[in-house]
Design a protein around this ligand. Structure first.
Ligand code: OAD
Length: 246
């Protein structure tokens, strides 16, 4: 592992363009459950079709609202971990770093990362379920209801600003993520099972454009065989070691 980290560190020079994709695994060491862990993963305990689809919300808005409110409260109780912080440090050492995340927990931003591209939205924001217009926090605080009615549409309700199964990602967000993947010299896939599209295709886009692909993961994923460097283990240990080697 030390030799692989050392070799990788020689690529991460002051003019290197880096693109990083993160998934739930980077927040695991902060105490946030991942989705696909066989025991503790959210999708081992709940059915996504009951909680994370537009149909689920239409069917039972209070159930979905309360589930997301609990997840939101949980995220506020935890702190970014050394993996999140190492990415802030890495951004300061290389030419440019674009951080793309599938996570909705906001922990990268709390660690100090700037310009984070959030593919799947953010738990801390809310939108109208009819118009998808943003709903301000002070409106939420002042308006009762589980969920409260939307301020933008007579038949609308407030919902979390996250992407649900069956929904399209925002076009401009996706475009920026793919542009960064195509333009980078080194692409990191960190703490993601690399199975959910279109995020999983970012690594392939980077590879097509000639980038060096690095995977940091506790386990093997479909990307592992195609990665140029595989660093197997917890992101909160590996990323600080990598940054220390620069
Ligand atoms: P998953 O739960 O699918 O995968 C988490 C990955 O992190 C797995 O490959 C684990 O092996 C790895 N992992 C766990 N702990 C780790 C650690 N400490 N260090 C490094 N790796 C670790 O989560 P995602 O890939 O993020 O989408 O899932 C992608 C999307 O599927 C999510 O954004 C969510 C979900 O359904 C939506 O809600 C739209």
């Amino acid at each position: 592992m030390d030799r692989r980290i050392e070799k990788l560190s020689t690529l991460l020079t002051a003019d290197c363009r880096v693109c990083v994709l993160t998934g739930a695994g980077i927040s695991a060491e902060s105490g946030i459950p991942t989705f696909r862990d066989a025991q503790t993963g959210l999708w081992a305990q709940y059915r996504p079709e009951d909680l994370a689809t537009p149909q689920a919300f239409e069917r039972n808005p209070p159930l979905v609202w309360r589930w997301y409110r609990e997840r939101r409260a949980r995220v506020l109780e935890v702190e970014p971990n050394p993996g999140h912080r190492a990415l802030v440090e890495l951004a300061a050492r290389v030419g440019a770093l674009t951080l793309v995340t599938q996570n909705v927990d906001g922990l990268h931003q709390r660690a100090g990362s700037r310009g984070v591209i959030e593919l799947h939205g953010n738990l801390s924001r809310s939108i109208c379920h009819r118009t998808l217009k943003p709903v301000p926090e002070d409106y939420l605080a002042a308006t009762p209801g589980e969920p409260p009615p939307s301020p933008h549409h007579r038949d609308g309700l407030v919902r979390p600003d996250v992407v649900w199964f069956g929904e399209l990602l925002r076009g401009d967000v996706l475009e920026r993520a793919f542009a960064a993947a195509h333009a980078c010299d080194v692409f990191f896939s960190i703490g993601t099972s690399a199975v959910v599209e279109p995020a999983a295709s970012l690594a392939l886009a980077a590879r097509e454009s000639g980038a060096h692909i690095v995977e940091v993961n506790r386990d093997v994923t479909p990307l592992s065989r195609q990665a140029d460097t595989v660093l197997k283990g917890p992101a909160g240990e590996i990323l600080p070691r990598l940054v220390a080697a620069l």
